[in-house]
Design a protein around this ligand. Sequence first.
Ligand code: F6P
Length: 355
Amino acid sequence: MQFGRTTLSKFVIEHTRGQHSEMGALLIDVAAAVKTISAMVGKGALSGFSGLAEAINVQGEEQKKIDVMANEAILRHCEWGGQLAGMASEELDVPYAIPEGYPRGRYLLVFDPLDGSSNSDVNVSVGSIFSILMRPEAGDAETADYLQPGTEQIAAGYAIYGPATMFVLTVGSGTHGFTLDRESGNFILTHPDIRVPEDTREFAINTSNERFWEPPVQRYVAECKAGKTGVRGADFNMRWIASMVAEVHRILMRGGIFMYPKDNKDPAKPGRLRLLYEANPMAMLVEQAGGAASTGRVRILDVAPDALHQRVPVILGSKNEVERVERYHHEHDAGTDRPFVSPLFSDRSLFRETA
Ligand code: F6P
């Protein structure tokens, strides 16, 4: 029985009173879309949405039917309410204009409707990620309105469709988790004020890319793998689900570090993950929970976007580990990570010490 427990609607109304009360209504629509997607994903092969949609999205990735359906669910649930000036989605080349006949608002909703969807046909957790920005006035948004650094986000969150469906949200005052009670249809606050431990012995990275990484990431991972016998003096464990939402959720629950770093696999791409609807919302959630999020060189939330679907390197999670990886990047850039070897005093030098 859930009487007396805090529902997502109650939480949102209480936490968006005043300046952002209209955003409260928008968040409730986002949650309705998430319940629709949760029901579709939860049906698995019975939904009729397995397999490819036979289309390629703007990222050059094959769209799955479930990607298209999840995108539709968010657009339809959120377009009508009068809070939005527009929406941008991973699945759409250009921003979505609010249809004629619906009122316009000041908020911008940016989202990845189904992240990690390569996992959907194998019954592994997937999720939806969203970020809310604002433009100065109500009206029809243009692409330039969306190109704001993550520090400007008013709210961010994700839904994870796992054994349980959860909605994890920040409106700038902590990160809070809600679990879907499938019987009542309510999201119930089950994880108030989530905190990410500052230290961890668990890392997540796709090591098949190791040969393409930059030296600071190779150094960090080599040290983790060396375990007790290496410079870290401790054994580390590795995880890779290939679903960013599931990875970030694990980190929010018990700490860890997640990396999709810069690599030279495709020099045209500075990273794999998208800044506006993957990196920024996750960075805000993790920072609000006491963790850190960096490109390796700068704080993710400080990156000024220049394109809607811009990619960025992502290193996020337990603060002390993220700061260590950042330090390795700075040492590498300054050249101080390589032991100094003077040609005058090296093995072949005239001044070589003799026994
Ligand atoms: O598009 C994003 C994503 O699916 C993330 O959810 C996940 O972390 C990553 O890509 C998986 O990448 P890879 O295919 O290299 O394992």
